[in-house]
Design a protein around this ligand. Structure first.
Ligand SMILES: Cc1cc2nc3c(=O)[nH]c(=O)nc-3n(C[C@H](O)[C@H](O)[C@H](O)COP(=O)(O)OP(=O)(O)OC[C@H]3O[C@@H](n4cnc5c(N)ncnc54)[C@H](O)[C@@H]3O)c2cc1C
Length: 552
């Protein structure tokens, strides 16, 4: 039988903003394979509405954007990373526009474009570049169109990465020394074959993990695969306790699947939050009212819901009128109409939902990880930009800047690789198994349980008791899932279930290790921030470590 072996200079796992921008550039240095587990546009990127934060107005400054980012991150961010991302922003935005992303704005008489800049929570001024409320879709479209014209890039849709190729996969490997990554085992979803994909540099761009929660704005692909793969391979993982819950997802009990997001830009345009009694509650909570940082708004919502025993609150933007709302928020207008809600006449029912993961695979300023030849960018990375909380619209920005940094490192990376390294002869994927319907049903049930457990015990407000209970339950569930993984035939869903269980454990472990409340992590038994600012860093088989934010 022919062995399914594939070779490229660069292996990119994921086709969102982080993977595609890196691939476009790296294709000038060597051959690129992009493996993506569904269709090429299935990504969180495609769902982003609000936009990309960047300093493009004469009234704005790098210093203001840097300070807003550090303040939102509750001082737990890495200043060097924040400065680098903010200062590189305008160039990267102009590059996206030059590649065909059609951002809202107007053409200037002497050439160039004046972007229409929106405002979002936590930003001290208008700086959100957007394409109406379809920013991510427009960026993804432009990037995929650019990729399709590049011969050096092969895009493999319906290819699910299962595990990284490191020394751990080699029989009789030596212990000790730094781990190296040489690519990944990747499942062709259609044929069920797992191929060996070797590369001189691998970029993890697999996005976030919102699917670990019952209610999430993230699409189905967001199962934390890259983080789980990197953790199994021994990479450092950091800040997993910091999950951003978006305060305003559409409350739509009849619609299954991801919760539809009502962008923060709606509050930026003056939208007000009301409880079920019709009272505005953010005025009592924060001086920025509805535009307070998201964690504060989400906790205030959580409190209001619990106080009134309500399933949802309301967001009212009706006073802006139909013409404005149809033009500024076409997607939101249309989606709410489909649910029978005319947002120009009535308030929108909203609930909080898991939205963004600040933590991930710990990286340096070039997207480099603790594993040699393995880089990371986008939501699966923990670059230190977000600290304890992400400032709205900073994530797309972080993705494009870190992919550019990884590209700048890529030239040296492959030059050095050619001089020093040799790709070992990895064994073929050998896991065998059978499909057992009975077991499968039980496992599906387990995953529902993981999602509910994470929502109820490791959600917006946490407590020691709930975290301990979550930990105990999760160990049992993870063991069941692991056993099933070992026995069953490989499939995309079982790969995801295994990864969701790992990511859930990482979130719980990090939340237990942190014994204060800061940014997105709120534990009612330790409601105040600790005297020392520290990040929780995890590594497989080791006890959690507390590290200083700037000590990378
Ligand atoms: C509803 C919504 C609105 C948002 N709005 C904004 C906004 O306005 N501004 C902003 O800055 N951010 C926003 N965000 C966050 C932002 O969209 C994401 O952080 C960002 O798009 C992440 O990009 P990425 O390239 O890292 O990952 P993604 O875009 O999620 O791409 C991940 C890719 O990896 C693939 N993949 C995953 N696992 C595997 C595997 N095992 N094998 C192969 N492929 C795999 C996926 O299929 C996908 O192609 C929003 C997010 C959501 C969900």
């Amino acid at each position: 039988m022919r062995r399914a072996r594939h070779k490229s200079d660069f292996l990119v796992i994921g086709s969102g903003i982080a993977g595609l921008t890196f691939a476009i550039k790296a294709s000038g240095l060597g051959s690129v394979i992009i493996a993506t587990k569904k269709k090429n546009s299935d990504s969180n990127t495609n769902y982003a509405q609000g936009g990309i934060a960047s300093v493009l107005s004469p009234e704005d400054s790098f210093e203001k954007h840097i300070e807003d980012t550090i303040a939102a991150g509750a001082g737990l961010g890495r200043r060097e990373a924040v400065e680098m991302v903010v200062r590189s922003g305008p160039e990267r935005i102009r590059e996206l526009a030059a590649w065909g992303a059609n951002f809202s704005g107007r053409a200037l008489p002497g050439g160039g474009r004046a972007f229409d800049l929106g405002r979002e929570g936590g930003h001290s001024t208008n700086r959100i570049v957007h394409a109406q409320d379809l920013t991510g879709q427009e960026v993804e479209r432009a990037l995929l169109s650019k990729v399709s014209g590049i011969k050096n890039i092969r895009v493999l849709e319906d290819h699910t990465s299962v595990d990284l190729l490191t020394e751990h996969q080699l029989p009789g490997r030596r212990r000790g020394g730094r781990t190296h990554c040489y690519g990944a085992y990747i499942l062709d979803n259609a044929s069920g074959t797992v191929g060996t994909f070797t590369a001189k540099m691998t970029l993890l761009a697999t996005g976030g993990a919102g699917q670990v929660y019952l209610h999430t704005t993230n699409p189905e692909i967001a199962t934390g695969d890259g983080i789980a793969m990197a953790y199994r391979a021994g990479a450092l993982i950091a800040d997993m306790e910091f999950i951003q819950f978006h305060p305003t997802a559409l409350y739509s009990p009849a619609s299954p699947g991801p919760s539809f997001l009502i962008s923060e830009a709606v509050r930026g345009e003056g939208g007000v939050l009301l409880n079920t009694k019709g009272e505005r509650f953010m005025e009592k909570v924060h001086s920025l009212k509805e535009l307070a940082p998201r964690d504060i708004v989400a906790r205030a919502m959580d409190y209001e819901l619990k106080r009134h025993g309500a399933t949802h609150a309301y967001l009212d933007i009706s006073f802006k009128g139909e013409t404005f709302l149809r033009d500024r928020f076409p997607r939101i207008f249309q989606r709410c109409m489909e649910e029978g809600i005319d947002i120009s006449r009535e308030p929108i029912p909203v609930v909080p939902a898991a939205h963004y993961l600040c933590g991930g695979v710990k990286s340096g300023l070039d997207g480099d990880t603790s594993i040699k030849n393995l880089y990371v960018s986008g939501e699966s990375a923990c670059t230190g930009v977000h600290g304890a909380n992400r400032l709205a619209s900073n994530s797309l920005l972080e993705g494009i800047v870190f992919s550019q940094r990884a590209y700048l490192a890529a030239g040296e990376q492959i030059k050095n690789f050619n001089k020093r390294d040799r790709i070992p002869d990895f064994p073929e994927w050998s896991k065998k198994g059978t499909f057992d319907l009975e077991e499968w049903v039980l496992i599906q049930h387990d995953i529902e349980e993981v999602k509910r457990l994470m929502w109820d015990y490791v959600g917006i407000v946490r407590s020691d008791k709930r975290l301990r209970k979550a930990h105990r339950r999760m160990l049992i569930l993870a063991e069941d899932i692991h056993d099933y993984y070992k026995k069953s035939t490989i499939s995309p869903r079982i790969v995801e279930l295994r990864n969701l269980a790992t990511v859930a454990k990482l979130i719980i472990k990090s939340a237990i290790t942190r014994t204060d409340s800061i940014g997105l992590h709120y534990n009612s038994d330790h409601p105040l921030p600790g005297a020392r600012k520290v990040n929780v860093v995890l590594r497989s088989g080791r006890a959690p470590v507390l590290a200083k934010p700037d000590g990378n």
